[in-house]
Design a binder for this molecule. Structure first.
Ligand code: C2E
Ligand code: MG
Ligand code: MG
Ligand code: MG
Length: 291
């Protein structure tokens, strides 16, 4: 990538593994300083019911590097997962999300749970559950206000350790969600072995579901399976009301996607929490806020 290209995703111009290795090393070096240099911030994307009622938020990391510009988490998270750096990012994010929730609590607005994305590398640590609880105590936040979205990570981790950590977390009151359901290798086995509360169906299955009979049949089967386990379903990446209508007919009532709201700044969420938790397209121009 060009060293001073601003505002661009990293360009993997060369597929050679040496180039990629150097590129990853550079990203890791820059990223390791991003926290102290105050280059990270958090955006929040609403989760809603079909009528726009706010039911939750997802905290999404953003990195604006003065050297290489804005880098998407889709690029830097997998690199940070491989290097192990992701655990520092998670710690930073949790602490700042708790601080934010505390501010919302002080403003005494009605709160909704905030989801945090957790990597395999986080669960692989011996004391992850203790790390997680510390900022909650510091900022006086109930674990019920934090949801943990588990994404399949590139790094293979100890299943036993992950399960033991997850059981600790569930006992403390944290909800576990399987993120990007359907595209990973272990989605169904997680449903069987983890105490999962919710599933987020990956965007890939949602896109154009109104026009694709086979996709609709797959979603129907996923919904039926989740009913057996008493698991709530959310469709991520809904971009049209035609998709939303189809999903409602199939029995899915929770959504997240650009058609409702893009990831937004905390100040915008404060406004949203104030206006009765409903994304109202007339009252407040919340749709279309650039992430
Ligand atoms: P994810 O957890 O599946 O998050 C959903 C991603 O889809 C977000 O991208 C969100 O902005 C995007 N999205 C939401 N609605 C729509 C839509 O209607 N259309 C389209 N095209 N996209 C939509 P983002 O923020 O770039 O994050 C990408 C991925 O990076 C996340 O996928 C997650 O796996 C990871 N990530 C982001 N923040 C964190 C973090 O703090 N920690 C960890 N471990 N991973 C993170
Ligand atoms: Mg997620
Ligand atoms: Mg997802
Ligand atoms: Mg996804």
């Amino acid at each position: 990538y060009a060293a001073n290209s601003s505002n661009l995703d990293i360009n993997f111009y060369d597929d050679s593994s040496l180039e990629r290795f150097i590129e990853h090393q550079e990203i890791n070096i820059l990223l390791s300083e991003a926290i102290v240099n105050d280059e990270l911030h958090i955006m929040y994307q609403p989760k809603v019911e079909g009528d726009g009622k706010l039911i939750g938020l997802e905290a999404l990391l953003r990195w604006n590097s003065p050297v290489i510009g804005v880098v998407s988490p889709a690029v830097f998270i997998p690199i940070a997962e491989k290097s192990g750096l992701v655990t520092s990012l998670t710690r930073w994010l949790i602490s700042n999300v708790c601080k934010q929730i505390n501010e919302w609590q002080q403003a005494s607005v009605e709160l909704v749970p905030v989801a945090i994305n957790i990597s395999g590398a986080d669960l692989d640590q011996d004391n992850f559950h203790e790390q997680l609880i510390k900022p909650l105590i510091e900022y006086k936040i109930r674990p019920q206000l934090i949801e943990l979205e588990l994404t399949e990570s590139a790094r293979s981790i100890s299943h036993e350790k992950a399960l033991s950590t997850i059981n600790h977390l569930v006992n403390w009151g944290f909800d576990i969600t399987i993120d990007d359901f359907g595209i990973g290798y272990s989605g169904i086995s997680k449903l069987i072995s983890y105490p999962v509360k919710k599933v987020k169906i990956d965007r890939q299955f949602i896109k154009n579901i109104d026009k694709d009979k086979r996709k609709a049949q797959v979603i129907e089967a996923i919904i039926a399976m989740c009913r057996v386990f008493n698991i709530q379903i959310l469709a991520e990446g809904t971009e049209s009301f035609a998709e939303v209508d189809t999903l409602i007919k199939l029995g899915c009532h929770n959504f997240q996607g650009y058609v409702f709201a893009k990831p937004m700044k905390a100040e915008m969420v404060s406004q949203l929490l104030l206006i009765q938790n409903v994304l109202d397209f007339n009252k407040c121009n919340l749709v279309g806020i650039v992430s």
